[in-house]
Design a protein around this ligand. Structure first.
Ligand SMILES: Nc1ncnc2c1ncn2[C@@H]1O[C@H](COP(=O)(O)OP(=O)(O)OP(=O)(O)O)[C@@H](O)[C@H]1O
Length: 330
């Protein structure tokens, strides 16, 4: 069963192709839509809501055609826009009740659902204060609440962690996860940060320049984008040959060997090979490819080559390797 299905979907503006023959299926659960700024994420969401016509191709949301069934889709789907759009002199309660009424709920149900959803997103006493005085995190939570208030089957969340500090991001990601686990609502959430979507999503879709780069389950995705940086005191060429013979994909990069992590067994294979050679293991750390690398040629390892003589503090090792770097610096 698919929640969203697009077929060769394109959106061309006079100067820009925002979506370029995008074909992708989104299944129930939480799906992360990753792409750099301008990749076409917001454009896709607007087309899915039936708010902006595609130039070419087709899309269905919950089985409905975006070209003809926009109003029905918007009744079944919640939408959290990217930018600040809340009237400053209205309280969260007033605003969310208004949005619930707009979605067709009768007054009493609108009030009850508003109280429930604001409680769910963690807004309590503040819900009666004008939103102009809210923090960014509180505003994002109101935006999430209004997307949920009419009990949709699917929500489209456009950059919900934008502008939040790390603690605020974690809270928002937790809330998003619970939208699915507690209420069974499917979620399509966009971000330009792969790392946060990996933690939250069951599936990941990556787009770049409006084109589909990759769509897979998060576990497959993480495996495919993780590598092990191994540094030995000696005989790295022998080690490379041994790991290669063991069926691993290995690249030499300066003093480092970068080993694709196939599964948990990869660590054991590397450890055993190092022991067999009788050399010292100077470093073994997992590296996540940065999203920028996914957008370029995946075999392009220039960053890593540069890192070779940087011994330990490699900017390319952003993400999971940071802990290791911290220890070196201490
Ligand atoms: N109404 C429009 N007219 C012309 N060009 C547009 C319009 N809307 C978007 N674009 C262009 O289409 C491309 C995709 O924009 P889109 O907003 O979908 O990207 P995005 O991935 O959501 O990025 P961001 O998070 O920065 O909004 C960009 O190059 C953008 O400038």
């Amino acid at each position: 069963m698919t929640v969203i299905a697009t077929e060769s979907l394109s959106k061309r503006y006079p100067r820009v192709t925002a979506l370029d023959r995008l074909t992708v299926d989104v299944t129930p659960g939480v799906t992360g839509l990753v792409g750099a700024n301008g990749a076409g994420k917001s454009t896709l969401i607007k087309i899915l809501l039936g708010l902006s016509p595609a130039t070419e191709g087709r899309a269905r949301v919950l089985g409905l055609d975006v070209a003809t069934d926009g109003a029905e889709i918007r009744g079944l789907v919640g939408y959290m826009p990217e930018h600040d759009c809340l009237p400053p002199d209205v309280s969260a309660t007033e605003f969310v009740v208004h949005m619930a009424r707009m979605s067709g709920l009768p007054p009493t149900a609108a009030r009850e659902r508003t109280a429930d959803t604001l409680r769910h997103v963690g807004l309590y006493e503040e819900r009666y204060r004008p939103m102009g005085g809210y923090s960014t995190g509180m505003k994002q939570r109101v935006k999430l609440a209004q997307a949920l208030v009419h009990d949709p089957k699917l929500v489209l969340l456009d950059e919900p962690t934008n502008g939040l500090d790390p603690a605020g991001r974690d809270e928002m990601l937790g809330l998003i996860r619970r939208v699915h686990t507690d209420f069974g609502i499917s979620v399509l959430v966009t971000s330009h940060l792969l790392g946060e979507l990996e933690r939250t999503s069951d599936h990941i879709v990556v787009i770049d320049g409006g084109k589909l780069l990759r769509a897979s389950s998060t576990s497959e995705f993480t495996q495919a984008t993780a590598s092990l940086a191994v540094e030995v005191t000696d005989r790295e060429h022998d080690l490379l040959a041994m790991l290669d013979a063991a069926g691993l994909t290995v690249q030499a990069s300066g003093h480092l060997l970068l080993v694709d992590i196939a599964d948990d067994g990869t660590y054991d294979l590397v450890r055993d090979a190092v022991a067999q050679l009788g050399v010292g293991l100077a470093r073994m750390e997992q590296r996540r490819h940065r999203i920028a690398e996914l957008f370029t040629d995946e075999t392009d390892e220039t960053d890593e080559t540069d890192a070779g003589d940087g011994a330990g503090t490699t900017p390319a090792a952003a993400g999971t390797a940071q802990e290791g770097d911290g220890r070196d610096a201490a």
